[in-house]
Structures are given as structure tokens and as C-alpha cells.
Design a protein around this ligand. Structure first.
Ligand code: ZN
Length: 342
């Protein structure tokens, strides 16, 4: 039996936590947290956003400094499995390939994959947000699939999160391959390529849902929904994908939208406890009429180290940089108490 089959009293099979793996992280603290805190809270699935913080053998040139080794990953996945938690690796595909203009591992090693190589590495964060790789570059999938296969293999993954959120650089006029193309067709093509590749290996694809939500249909704004023409892609991708429907400021009825389109869906809160509880309520009501309502995935957005320290009461609440981690840790405790029926 996999962790996802052991549903709780309300029948929601996914009670998940999403963390971003830090290179050079505190493995001892992570392992203790996984073995002691997560079972106590009732977590049964842990998404570990690894990206390039793994010591890849297929393309060593993409790995971040102080990346996790194979032994580090085995230690984390063993801890998870010992306590009935399914570890799910994540590598951001398409978007989120840079921060503050500076390319992450893939585009640093293969700058020719950049959808907008004309944007300088010191570009303003607010103007650029994040780089994308070009989904039509003839060599990009050979590399991306190689990295995904390696990460899935070392995790022993049955499920793999491909990211795909907040893709703003797509169908750019400056890209000789993508200029003039429909962003929805390009987005659907990339989602389908990744999902079909994983399905061929018996692995289920997970991804963020924002680019599938029409921001004019649901008043989500341009981050949690799509105002850049990608949303019609939802009718052109395989439906055996689990959608991670993230909404941090207020709850929406979008899980029903995804379920009615044929997708499994989990709702993802962040820091606001009242929003998380309302989202849980929406998910529980949807579960009464749809098996595609799978559960909840708490997000953290502070790095695994900081989240563990916040959860353990080791961060100074007066420090400004502690706030995100403490907010997420408080929301996590509240959400999981509610999931346990407390
Ligand atoms: Zn392109």
C-alpha cells in the first residue's frame, strides 16, 4: 500500500507538505523532522523541490554547489518510507529557470536553451521575473528528460512534480522558434511532452495549476491564474496529471474546475490559516462528490532548513527574515490539526 492509499477519516488521500531543498542543508535536522514531526502531524506525502541541488551524473554541469549526493537522497527517502511518507521529487520545468536575472543550472550550462538569451544576467528581477527554457529547442528535452529520469530513479519515485508555475516568458517574439506561436499550444505541448515521458516510465506527473486558470473566469490575478494566454491548454493535455492548485490570499472554487476537467487536484495554502481552513472545507465538500479531490499540500517557500527551525521554535519572531518561515509553520500546524479532526 502506498502512502496515498491510506486516506484519513475524511477520505482525503493526500496530506502533503512541499519544501524547497537547500544545497548544503542540515540533513540531521531534516531527518529528525521527517521521522518525528511529520508522522505526528499526519503528513503522508513530502514534495521535495530539488531542481539543480542534486549531484547529477547525467549532466554534472547543471548541479549547484554543495548539491545533495545520492547518499543524501537515499537518507531522506529512507526516512520518509520508514514512517509511511511518500517522497516526491520536483524539478521546475519550463519556467523558474533564474532568480534576479541569474540563470540556474540548466541555462547556465546550456545558455542556448534560454527563451530570451538577449536579457542580461543582471536584469532587474521585477522586470524579468524568471527565465524560461525554450520548449521548441531541438536538444532541450534530451537534457531535461535525462535529469528527470535520474532524479526519479534515485528517489524511487512513483510521482514527479514538474513545477510549471508562473511561466511568463513563453512564445516570445525574440525567440526564432516560438515567435508568433500560440502560448496555449506551446504550453500544452510542453506539459504533454513531460507527462507522456513520465507516464511511459510508470510515473504520475504533478504540476502547479496556475497557467490553466483563466484569470478572467476566476479573479485570481495574473500570478495564481493566467492572464498570458496559456489557460486554453487545459483542454489539450493528458488528464492523468495531479494539479497542485495554489491560492495563498483567498480560497477559490478552482478545485472543482480541475476535477470537472478530469484531473486529480490538491489545494495548496501558504501562510494564511483562515484561507487554509476554508480551502480544506472546499476540498472536503468536493470529495463528497468527486474522487478527484485528493487533498491538501501545504507550501513553505522559505527553504527546508528555515521551515524546520521555524517549526521547532528556533527562529527569532522579531527578525524580519524569519516571518515567511514562521507564517508557513503556523499555517501547517493549523491545517494539519484540522485534517486530524482536532
Ligand atoms: Zn522558443
Amino acid at each position: 500500500m502506498t502512502a496515498m492509499e491510506s486516506a484519513g477519516g475524511d477520505g482525503l488521500p493526500v496530506r502533503g507538505l512541499h519544501v524547497s531543498v537547500d544545497a548544503d542543508g542540515n540533513l540531521d535536522a531534516w531527518e529528525r523532522f521527517i521521522r518525528e514531526a511529520l508522522p505526528r502531524e499526519g503528513v503522508n506525502l513530502l514534495v521535495l523541490e530539488v531542481n539543480y541541488a542534486y549531484d547529477y551524473r547525467s549532466y554534472p554541469q547543471v548541479a549547484e554547489r554543495d548539491a545533495l549526493t545520492r547518499e543524501d537522497v537515499m537518507r531522506i527517502t529512507s526516512a520518509c518510507r520508514d514512517v509511511g511518507i511518500e517522497p516526491v521529487p520536483q524539478m521546475n520545468c519550463l519556467g523558474h529557470q533564474s532568480w534576479r536575472g541569474r540563470s540556474f543550472g540548466l541555462l547556465r550550462a546550456f545558455p542556448e536553451f534560454d527563451e530570451r538569451p538577449d536579457i542580461p544576467q543582471d536584469a532587474d528581477q521585477d522586470a524579468l521575473y524568471c527565465r524560461s527554457y525554450c520548449p521548441l529547442h531541438p536538444q532541450v528535452h534530451e537534457v531535461v528528460f535525462g535529469l528527470m529520469d535520474e532524479l526519479a530513479e534515485v528517489f524511487g519515485a512513483e510521482q514527479f512534480h514538474v513545477g510549471m508555475d508562473e511561466v511568463f516568458l513563453i512564445a516570445e517574439d525574440q525567440c526564432p522558434r516560438c515567435a508568433g506561436k500560440d502560448p496555449a499550444e506551446l504550453f500544452a505541448g510542453e506539459v504533454s511532452a513531460l507527462a507522456n515521458h513520465l507516464a511511459d516510465r510508470g510515473v504520475t506527473t504533478w504540476m502547479w495549476g496556475d497557467r490553466f486558470i483563466n484569470a478572467e473566469q476566476f479573479p485570481t490575478g495574473k500570478w495564481e491564474g493566467s492572464a498570458n494566454g496559456t489557460w486554453p491548454a487545459i483542454d489539450a493535455v493528458p488528464t492523468d496529471i495531479v494539479i497542485c492548485d495554489w491560492h495563498y490570499e483567498r480560497a477559490f472554487e478552482t478545485p472543482a474546475f480541475f476535477a470537472e476537467k478530469g484531473f486529480g487536484v490538491v489545494t495548496c495554502p501558504w501562510q494564511k490559516e483562515d484561507v487554509a481552513l476554508e480551502e480544506l472545507d472546499i476540498m472536503r465538500r468536493l470529495r463528497e462528490r468527486s474522487d478527484r479531490a485528493l487533498g491538501m499540500l501545504q507550501t513553505t517557500w522559505c527553504g527546508f532548513d528555515a521551515f524546520v527551525r521555524a517549526y521547532n521554535g528556533e527562529l527569532d519572531p522579531e527578525r524580519r527574515r524569519s516571518r515567511n518561515a514562521l507564517g508557513a509553520a503556523n499555517c501547517f500546524r493549523t491545517l494539519f490539526a484540522a485534517l486530524r479532526g482536532e
